[in-house]
Write a protein that binds this ligand. Structure first.
Ligand code: PEP
Ligand code: MN
Length: 272
């Protein structure tokens, strides 16, 4: 494996110990698994409140939900924006969960950081260098998703932009890459987990929801990710997946499945 190692701060050579990101009472990157669950998109106060309740009850620590959605087509639902951030923050607070939401442009970083505990950079923005630079100027933890056609080297260089700006709180997220296969939405690259942990000290989170695009594959790929050493999982869950406002209902777990999955995962590794 030839890696150029043009990155430095992201490299394990530079920083031999695992980075542990502490947010309130949750430590990401240590011996415990962090579970982030929730809908693709925040849709209404009732929807996000009910899902937050179910994530907490199942044993999750972080509520996920997009208020700004990076849609492939311009006519698709684009998210409800700042109002959605407020709804999610309230649900998180009420149910005792941290929150993670996607930010797409440098201009929205500050407002997203005001409402959420973790900021997500989506696969389509992995090389949005202006966004990465802006995220380097704050201390809010960032979950950086791998670009769907990015090499490990490109991925780690994207993380380097944030680290080089002065924000050490970066998690790497494998969310599937584009291959010749069309049965699955993406091909979850499980080998990325140990490869990235070898090359880097940053926590690695797996996203089997986007990594497969199929609900029936999510549970097994979550377990496989944990077996491969993932520090956490981000999983889509919806109370009414068939009527979700993005197309991601097909990959969203039902609440019962989500709860069953977490009960199984606890047998593999302690949850945060
Ligand atoms: C998401 O998390 O809903 C999302 C859009 O993810 P990705 O950027 O991996 O497609
Ligand atoms: Mn989604």
């Amino acid at each position: 494996l030839k890696i150029s190692k043009s990155y430095k701060l992201a490299s394990r050579d530079f920083h031999p110990d695992n980075t542990i990101i502490k947010i309130k009472d949750v430590e990401i990157g240590g011996d415990q698994l962090v579970i982030m669950g929730g809908p693709c998109a925040v849709e209404s106060p009732e929807q996000i409140d009910e899902i937050a309740r179910l994530v907490k009850k199942a044993g999750g620590q972080v509520l996920r939900g997009g208020a700004f959605k990076p849609r492939t087509g311009p006519y698709s639902f684009q998210g409800i924006g700042v109002e959605g951030l407020a709804m999610m923050a309230e649900a998180g607070k009420k149910h005792g969960l941290l929150t993670i939401t996607e930010v797409m442009t440098p201009e929205y970083v500050d407002v997203c950081a005001e409402y959420a505990d973790i900021l997500q950079v989506g696969t389509r923005n992995m090389q949005n260098f202006d966004l990465l630079r802006k995220l380097g100027t704050i201390q809010t933890p960032v979950l950086l998703k791998r670009g769907f056609s990015a090499t490990y080297d490109e991925f780690l260089n994207a993380a380097e932009y944030i680290l080089a700006g002065g924000n050490p709180n970066v998690m790497l997220c494998e969310r599937g890459i584009r291959t010749f296969e069309t049965y699955t939405r993406n091909t979850l690259d499980l080998a990325a987990i140990p490869v990235l942990q070898g090359l880097s000290h940053l926590p690695v989170i797996s996203d089997p929801s986007h990594g497969t695009g199929r609900r029936e594959l999510v549970e097994s790929m979550c377990k496989a990710s944990v077996a491969a050493g993932a520090n956490g999982l981000i999983v889509e869950m919806h109370t009414d997946p068939d009527n979700s406002m993005t197309g991601d209902g097909v990959q969203s777990l039902f609440p019962d499945q989500f709860a069953g999955l977490l009960a199984d995962l606890e047998k593999l590794a302690p949850l945060c």
